[in-house]
Design a protein around this ligand. Structure first.
Ligand SMILES: [Fe+2]
Length: 346
């Protein structure tokens, strides 16, 4: 039996009408940081949850079809990464939580593009700080990293279904609409095996390789307007919470940001990672960060985050982003507010 999602979709009709009135040619869903399964330490189960079913993230994804069915101009879903519960001490469960949410996204009837998040390789768990407030979290009992690490090629298989390349960054064009979407990989580090047979991997780092930077410089050369999507915002300046250590927090981030500014066609940079709604005008680009898709820890990654309650509309947060002329409308489904950004390029 299909789960009753009316606790979410009952709130969607008014928003859908609002989007119809905007009547923008380019519309897509932006959904980020679902952390599917992390709510198992936090979520009082809904009355119709099965014993092993904590996943509000899956409900959110399933509920998107309600919107897709009513908005024929929705082009795609963009998922900003941090997909599953990498904190789980059973590697198989951690991996399943990632595969499960991607499978749910791929059930939707429009394409799903994904950026890889810093949690998706499953090696970021040594920092359990955000979980200490979870009453049921039993702490760090994970086995050796070699048992749970997901390599870039694993993530390619799991979450790059609509990526036409072999790598984990790519672009797609909306030819008739004059837009190019670039999907970056901000976890673009060396993964491999050292001389002692031990895995080599980054821990809690974000960055892009020089190779990706070069690729970006070539890919941005188009007569189309460009929107850059990434898991982590490329630049931290003016973004909240400032938990990322100033402006040079991302490896090659400044180089990339300068290339984005210099290209006269990059109009917006859309990201997740901070679990907070930011709208920052920086140079010639508007940067838009979106709240985490799931109210893990009731959304309280920061005291300034809005209150969220499982089993209500506030358990979720994602936007339908509609672009018309020089205006970017972010219509919020779930906790938080609608936002309007301006394209400030001449
Ligand atoms: Fe996240």
């Amino acid at each position: 039996m299909k789960k009753d999602l009316s606790y979410l979709t009952n709130h969607y009709d008014a928003k859908i009408e609002q989007i119809k009135k905007i009547d923008a040619p380019l519309n897509f869903i932006f959904y980020t940081d679902p952390h599917n399964g992390l709510s198992q330490w936090d979520c009082p189960k809904h009355s119709d949850y099965a014993e092993d079913d904590y996943e509000s993230a899956l409900d959110t994804v399933a509920s998107m079809q309600y919107i897709i069915d009513k908005l024929p101009k929705l082009q795609c879903v963009v998922c900003g990464g941090d997909l599953g519960n990498d904190y789980h001490d059973d590697p198989q469960k951690a991996h399943e939580s990632i595969e499960e949410i991607m499978e749910a996204l791929y059930q939707l009837t429009i394409p799903v593009h994904c950026c890889i998040g810093n949690h998706d390789d499953c090696v970021t768990a040594p920092s359990v700080e955000p979980l200490k407030s979870f009453p049921n979290f039993e702490g760090e009992k994970k086995p050796d990293v070699s048992e749970y690490i997901l390599y870039p090629e694993d993530l390619h298989r799991i979450c790059m279904k609509y990526n036409p390349t072999d790598g984990n960054y790519y672009y797609i064009d909306f030819e008739s609409l004059g837009y190019r979407f670039i999907f970056l990989n901000t976890s673009d580090f060396y993964y491999g095996i050292d001389n002692n047979g031990r895995p080599v991997y980054p821990v809690n780092e974000v960055g892009i390789s020089m190779e990706q930077l070069q690729w970006f410089k070539e890919t941005v050369q188009t007569d189309k307007k460009v929107i850059v999507f990434s898991h982590a915002p490329i630049r931290a300046k003016g973004h909240f919470p400032d938990c990322v250590g100033g402006n040079e927090y991302m490896v090659n981030g400044d180089r990339l940001w300068n290339a984005m500014q210099r290209a006269d066609n990059v109009v917006a940079a859309i990201a997740g990672h901070l679990h907070y709604d930011n709208l920052v005008y920086d140079g010639k680009i508007v940067a838009i960060d979106t709240q985490s898709g799931t109210g893990v820890d009731k959304g309280k990654w920061d005291p300034a985050s809005p209150e969220r309650e499982f089993g209500t509309i506030t358990e979720t947060a994602f936007d339908v982003i509609s672009i018309k002329d020089k205006v970017i409308y972010c219509t919020r489904f779930g906790v938080g507010e609608d936002r309007v950004a301006r394209i400030i390029r001449a």
